[in-house]
Design a binder for this molecule. Structure first.
Ligand SMILES: [Zn+2]
Length: 151
């Protein structure tokens, strides 16, 4: 028995995003750049938030009377988040080291064409006319007879 892919809203959003990234970045080089930028931006943001939380925590430790607006986040909450973010930052750092190796790989134009070709099969344009017509046919359902009885 083959298992159907999960159709919950989270998974559907993932499939959609997955296909979009293939469609909009169909070459090896574009995928390299996209993933590099994505790791970097994630790491930049996590690092900045970690730094900010660390500063906030040490400010509070050296200063007993906290300003009320500072108390939106409790010290425990900050400490817990810092612990989590520090491991995330370590993982991201490792991923970045691996991405650097992938980034070193160069692909010939002929192989790039293969990437483009396969990407079109994997993630066809959802706004493509043929596909829209096909989808409409698939989803066409006859008017439910119950409708007449509602009013
Ligand atoms: Zn799911």
């Amino acid at each position: 028995m083959t298992e159907e892919p999960c159709q919950c809203s989270d998974c559907q959003r993932f499939y959609k995003e997955h296909d979009r990234l293939i469609r909009e970045f169909p070459t090896f080089k574009q995928q390299q750049e996209l993933n590099w930028a994505s790791i970097q931006s994630f790491r930049t943001l996590c690092t900045k938030v970690t730094d900010d939380l660390q500063r906030k925590l040490s400010e509070r430790e050296s200063n007993e009377d906290n300003t009320p607006e500072d108390n939106h986040i409790s010290n425990i909450e900050i400490s817990e988040a810092l612990e989590e973010l520090e491991s995330v930052n370590a993982y991201l750092y490792s991923i970045e080291a691996l991405m650097e190796r992938i980034f070193d790989t160069k692909i010939s134009n002929k192989i790039e064409s293969k990437f483009k070709e396969i990407s079109k099969e994997l993630a066809p344009d959802p706004l493509n006319m043929d596909r829209l017509i096909l989808n409409r046919l698939f989803h066409q359902t006859p008017d439910s007879p119950d409708k007449k009885n509602i009013n």
